[in-house]
Design a protein around this ligand. Structure first.
Ligand code: PGA
Length: 242
């Protein structure tokens, strides 16, 4: 793993955006795996600003998001479909037909997940997969478990994730209890992985991801086995890695 230390959130966001824009410039029709959550928002903002300046062009890019809450419609402001439009897609020249997020509005979990696996495979898997990391070491919604997951599947969110995500909902009771997520094996198929992390709350997870044993108890630890994984994290998130 290559670890890049950033000063703070802004610096982390700019460095991550630089890596993503390099990918898009090198291969204009690249496939990007994208993530939601608070951490990537700054990178998305920076990329949108560079698009506005004419420095990066998303016309031919296609995207595949990691996950979506089960049971939310695409227009629900809490859905990841909505998040991606609001924080990124509405601010760049991407063709929305080339953007993909698991279909949380499909109650048939098996169908929604196998459909998503098919389209990610047909796209040839991401050239670059952007990842945040959960406080508990999850990637996508692949929660700590006794085995690593493979393809897209329906998961029960852990109490720790429900708690962490409740800050974005009116009440903790509104947080969906299930999600569809790309599996760990699918994530590992990406040719490059870019993990972003900031803040002390991520320090233990970042340490375990980079230096702990490779174990499904910390799903992100599998990234140690990836041949091209870059972690961009701020000083606080790297504070246990000294
Ligand atoms: P966050 O979430 O960026 O909102 O901290 C990261 C994650 O859970 O993957």
């Amino acid at each position: 793993m290559k670890i890049i230390k950033a000063k703070d959130y802004e610096d982390m966001s700019r460095k991550a955006a630089n890596i993503i824009s390099a990918q898009v410039i090198l291969k204009p029709d690249c496939v990007l795996g994208l993530a939601t959550g608070s951490t990537p928002i700054g990178a998305y903002k920076q990329l949108a600003a560079w698009y506005e300046k004419g420095d990066v062009d998303f016309a031919e890019v296609s995207t595949y998001n990691l996950d979506e809450y089960r049971g939310l419609s695409h227009d629900d402001p809490q859905s990841y479909h909505y998040f991606m439009r609001e924080n990124f897609f509405d601010h760049i020249n991407i063709d929305l037909n080339n953007t993909h997020v698991p279909d949380g509005s499909n109650p048939d979990a098996a169908a929604a997940c196998s459909e998503y696996d098919k389209i990610v495979a047909a796209a040839g898997y991401p050239d670059l997969q952007l990842l945040g990391i959960g406080n508990n070491g999850h990637i996508g919604f692949n929660e700590p478990d006794d085995h690593f997951s493979k393809g897209t599947h329906c998961v029960d969110l852990t109490e720790s994730t429900i708690q962490a995500n409740s800050r974005l909902f009116d009440s903790i009771d509104d947080v969906p209890r299930q999600a569809y997520t790309m599996g760990t094996q699918t994530i590992m198929y990406a040719r490059m992985i870019l993990v972003v992390a900031n803040g002390e709350v991520k320090a233990q997870a970042v340490h375990d991801m980079c230096y702990g044993p490779v174990t499904p108890a910390c799903p992100a630890s599998i990234l140690q086995l990836h041949t091209n994984c870059v972690v961009v994290a701020d000083e606080a998130a790297l504070s246990l890695c000294e």
